[in-house]
Design a protein. Structure first.
Length: 683
């Protein structure tokens, strides 16, 4: 029997997921260890759609087991259809968290997927026992679909098309000890991935004690924490360290990394590997929502390679009650931010828009509070209704009056030779009784302005100047939004196009969205429409309309100073804006990299910044105006040009590579006239 396990991801426009296929590899290792079959069973694992297509064509499987997440559900279905065209006797199975919670929805979900024979369910995030059970039964009944579905069996559901009924298998208990799963690393299932560029992923523990209703980890059966032994995790980490490229991060699929005592033991072993192998230099995971003391200890142990995920999602008590989430106090949060910054790491805050009970005012206050606590970036995610998350159950939708629209999952589409264009779609909450559709767009614009101007410290000196005059970053961004009508036309157009495209990407139903996407497939594929709009338009605002953005920022600071009757006491503002104009690089980069503007200033802006903005800029006044020249370091120029050659000089390309660069990478170097050395420099 030939069994293909496929944890597919789109890869034409972007990689849906950048990690090793740990979920499917766990299933493979578990099945290989425990399946009893009189005849050989060939198990194969697939990540890339192209590889699966080639394998189906050359050696069609008997069983195709596909993972289902919000970002690959349609892709998996497309391959199930394709596989059945090639081999009508193919048995298709699907498993993963993308599965509804109510019986009625499960029935209609499966009824609507004739290409899927069996939904291998298992408890949340745990398909090993259920998949083994389905495979064992299939072998025991002689390999036929009719035999398999003759009667219900634990851990699997299906829709009986002849009888028109939904068949539900009994629930399977979760594993108390995750060491029951043989390591997919030590058994060699991950060996093909060390050269792939994907990131290795492990999981120390499964389960989450919290109950956030928008999340599919929050279901009751998932509350208890079950874990691997520390010894097994150590063995996996060592196996990876001996093989992986040291520049690649390690990922943990845990929901609350650092919150449990065993995480400290793992952290100590990671520190040992860092000494021995120089790996890992970055740990990607979700840190615990409680026990900040433990999380901080873990962060210290791994020497600043673990960023803290400071997700609060909302600070409104009504919302937190509605979604059954408890956050740490804002004071404790601010303490953590200090620790994170002391370790030289950036602290990020996360909120979700349009949560039940949230208002525009409470949302914006949360942004303001987070910025006051010291975070350098506040992500505002949109509320997605996920299968498997309680908030998407019909009663909760009704209770909270959630109005939704459908859109394409950014860049998750492609054509993989299955006979159709494949498009993933997602359902977003865009309106509630306390948050109107218009407020949804207004808040999106606020967030875009925050991203262009404040995130990554792009215009840090200007914001610090404003702060020294009593203007908080939040108030300044609010002012920018209020006065958008007076922004330079080129910058204003960026914002207007963002609003237009944000409206145009929303559809009443998934079918309408898919039809639109298929009729605009070429544009979506070449990036001329769609994509991650916030990223795309922040690139346009920052790099394509950079001069206009700076002009607008300067005018806005001036106007707030005027409102507060402080304009007479702010002689340094022109120096700050002039400094930023002289050093910031923008598109077209060939032109910008070649230019060497000069800057004459009365104030030492860089000296002020290097002194940590401790005193007002006015304390850093030169005796007389000083002329500066600018140039781009050769290494910086080469880096930018090579990234452009790889990703392209368009918003989607810039959106990709700027994520791994700092704002300082897009700045010229400054020196007093006569001080510069090196090729082509003015002196
Ligand atoms: S959002 Fe995080 S803390 Fe809340 S249930 Fe999900 S995994 Fe747990």
């Amino acid at each position: 029997m030939r069994v293909y396990l496929a944890d597919l991801g789109h890869n034409q426009l972007t990689f849906s997921s950048d990690i090793y296929p740990i979920g499917a590899a766990n299933l493979a290792a578990y099945t290989q260890a425990y399946l009893k079959s009189p005849k050989p069973v060939e198990l194969r694992l697939f990540r890339e759609p192209q590889d699966l297509r080639a394998a189906i064509d050359s050696a069609p499987p008997d069983v195709l087991a596909l993972s289902s997440y919000a970002w690959n559900h349609e892709l998996s279905k497309s391959f199930a259809r394709y596989g059945k065209q090639r081999n009508p006797r193919l048995i298709t199975m699907m498993g993963g968290p993308h599965y509804p919670l109510t019986i009625e929805e499960m029935a209609s979900f499966l009824e609507g997927m004739p290409e899927i024979d069996v939904a291998v369910r298992g408890p949340t995030y745990e398909g090993e026992r259920a998949f083994l059970g389905a495979m064992q039964r299939l072998i025991d009944v002689g390999g036929s679909l009719d035999g398999l579905l003759e009667e219900s069996f634990p851990g699997s559901d299906w829709f009986d098309r002849k009888a028109g009924t939904f068949v539900r298998g009994a629930l399977i208990p979760r594993m108390d000890d995750l060491d029951e799963i043989p390591s997919p690393y030590l058994t060699g299932w991950m060996d093909p991935y060390y050269e792939s560029g994907y990131f290795p992923m492990l999981q120390i523990s499964r389960g989450c004690p919290f109950t956030c209703q928008f999340c599919n980890s929050s279901v009751k059966e998932n509350t208890k924490i079950h874990a691997h032994s520390v010894e097994n995790v150590r063995q996996d980490l060592l196996y990876i360290a001996e093989r992986v490229k040291p520049e690649l991060p390690v990922c943990f699929a845990d929901d609350n990394f650092g919150m449990y005592e065993r995480d400290q033991e793992v952290a100590e072993y990671i520190a040992h590997l860092q000494d021995k192998f120089g790996w890992p230099r970055y740990i990607r995971t979700t840190t615990g929502k409680n026990r900040a003391d433990r999380v901080i200890k873990v962060m210290r142990t791994v020497r600043g390679t673990l960023p803290m995920t400071s997700a609060v999602q909302s600070l409104n008590p009504v919302v937190l009650e509605n979604i059954k989430r408890s956050n740490i106090s804002l004071d404790a949060y601010a303490e953590i931010q200090k620790e994170v910054q002391a370790q030289g790491m950036q602290a990020y805050g996360e909120l979700i828009l349009s949560m039940p009970g949230e208002t525009k005012a409470s949302f914006l206050k949360a942004v303001s509070d987070l910025l006051d606590s010291g975070v350098k970036r506040v992500s505002a995610h949109q509320l997605m209704l996920l299968h498997g998350a309680p908030l998407s159950n019909p009663d909760q939708r009704q209770r909270f009056g959630l109005h939704t629209r459908w859109r394409v999952v950014a860049r998750n589409l492609g054509n993989y030779g299955t006979g159709e264009d494949v498009v993933e779609v997602e359902e977003m909450v865009v309106e509630t009784p306390t948050f109107t559709f218009e407020e949804y767009f207004e808040t999106r614009v606020f967030h875009l302005l925050l991203t262009i101007f404040y995130h990554e410290g792009n215009y840090e000196e200007a914001f610090e100047y404003a702060r020294h005059h009593g203007i908080k970053p939040f108030d300044l961004v609010m002012h920018l939004q209020k006065t958008l009508a007076s922004a330079p036309p080129r910058f204003r157009q960026v914002i207007e196009q963002f609003v237009t495209e944000s409206r145009d990407e929303l559809f009443e139903s998934s079918e309408e969205c898919t039809t639109w996407a298929r009729s605009h497939f070429a544009g979506l594929l070449d990036g001329s429409i769609g994509g991650n709009l916030l990223s795309k338009y922040s690139m346009l605002g920052r790099f394509f309309a950079g001069s206009e953005a700076l002009e607008f920022l300067g005018t806005s600071i001036r106007s707030v100073l005027r409102e507060r009757e402080l304009d007479g006491q702010s002689p340094g503002l022109e120096s700050v804006i002039g400094y930023l104009r002289a050093i910031m690089l923008h598109t077209p980069f060939a032109h910008s990299l070649a230019a060497s503007p000069t800057w004459t200033a009365e104030f030492d802006v860089e000296g002020w910044r290097d002194a940590g903005y401790a005193q007002p800029l006015e304390e850093h006044r030169f005796g007389k105006p000083v002329e500066f020249h600018t140039r781009v370091d050769d290494a910086k120029r080469a880096l930018i040009l090579s990234r452009i050659a790889t990703f392209g000089e368009h918003p989607a390309g810039l959106g990709k590579f700027t994520r791994t660069m700092f704002s300082r990478d897009f700045r010229r170097t400054l020196a007093r006239a006569g001080e510069m050395t090196g090729s082509g420099q003015a002196a």
